[in-house]
Design a protein around this ligand. Structure first.
Ligand code: NCD
Length: 322
């Protein structure tokens, strides 16, 4: 693995499989009474979040602590950014304290690449940049699909075939503003899945040239064929104009209502990166039904981020119990 994780395309199919294989060990570590290994003792991981976040930030910080790293937390809202300090000065100040990795979330697409250019030693992990990418979300999504299919006794891919070989996955909703969708499309298709984007035309990216996907505007006709339906939140904070007639109309056409969820085949999984707006993109009772693996996604997020931190920072360190 290279020094940074900026895009899911840094990993390719082999890299994603490597992260998933290591994640299995960290799921086991996370289930112990004392879920901690000394792998990153003496290392310092900084979380540098310029945007609101609950799960991604806590997940990275928990992952770093479970590997015995020290964690430094930076919140833009209570930092010298409010006194006019530039991003570059902020990053160089943090590097001067002696750190090993920076986990960056920023509303600007490309910021983690810029941070990687400014830093000399530390690794940079992209925890979501604007509308662009969110690679660890895609990794935990791939891992969750693989794990849930194994748990439910689904047939494994043929020898030598990638983990999601031949699966049908639909990503539904606000794809235009979604970094999760961009990273997921890259990850799912590189692992052999067929991806269909389902959204109103106003919530699709302006161009889909080069996206290895199909597009549909008819969720009802897509649902029966799926192994996974992946719902996205309407990202109102990123919408610059009115793109929908009304939320009610959106739910009526593209929401996974209780009636629509019945169109899914047996064993099909319901996923969402969170935060969920219950009753908008998915009905409240559908979130809680057994085919929904939204909580497992969050749980797996910690183990996946442990694997990423370990691969970037811990190479050569034995993975043993504390
Ligand atoms: C997503 C994000 O922030 O990109 N959430 C997450 O990280 N789990 C998706 C969203 O905000 O809707």
């Amino acid at each position: 693995m290279s020094r940074h994780l900026l895009s899911i395309s840094d990993l390719g199919a082999d890299g994603i499989e490597e992260v998933m294989a290591l994640t299995d060990s960290f799921v086991e570590v996370s289930s112990r009474a004392i879920p901690r290994v000394p792998a990153l003792r003496g290392k310092t991981v900084v979380s540098l979040f310029f945007e609101d976040s609950t799960r991604t930030r806590l997940s990275f910080e928990t992952a770093a602590r479970r590997l015995s790293a020290d964690v430094m937390t930076f919140s833009a809202s209570s930092s010298s950014v409010n006194k006019g300090e530039s991003l570059r000065d902020t990053v160089e100040t943090i590097e001067a304290m002696g750190i090993d990795a920076v986990v960056v979330r920023h509303a600007g697409s490309g910021v983690p690449w810029q941070v990687a250019r400014w830093l000399h030693g530390p690794s940079v992990i992209n925890a979501g940049d604007g509308w662009h990418e969110h690679p660890t979300q895609a990794l935990l999504d791939c891992f969750t699909i693989r794990q849930e299919r194994q748990r439910r006794g689904a047939a494994r891919p043929a020898e030598g075939r990638p983990a999601l070989d031949g699966l049908h996955i639909a990503i539904v909703g606000d794809i235009r503003h979604s970094r999760v969708a961009r990273s997921d499309v890259l990850a799912f298709t590189s692992l052999g899945a067929h991806v269909t984007l389902v959204a109103p035309p106003t919530l699709l990216p302006p161009s889909l040239v080069g996206w290895p996907v199909e597009v549909s505007h008819d969720l009802d006709s897509v649902l029966p064929k799926l192994d996974v339906v992946y719902l996205l939140r309407l990202q109102k904070e990123r919408m610059l104009e009115a793109l929908l007639p009304s939320l009610r109309e959106y739910t009526a056409t593209y929401g996974l209502t209780r009636e629509r969820a019945r169109l899914l085949g047996d064993g099909a999984l319901i996923m969402h990166p969170g935060p969920v707006n219950r009753g908008v993109e998915v009905a409240a009772e559908v979130v809680d039904q057994p085919s929904s693996v939204i909580t497992q996604q969050v749980a797996n997020g910690v183990a996946v981020r442990m694997a990423v931190l370990y691969l970037l920072l811990g190479a050569g360190v034995e993975l043993v119990a504390a």
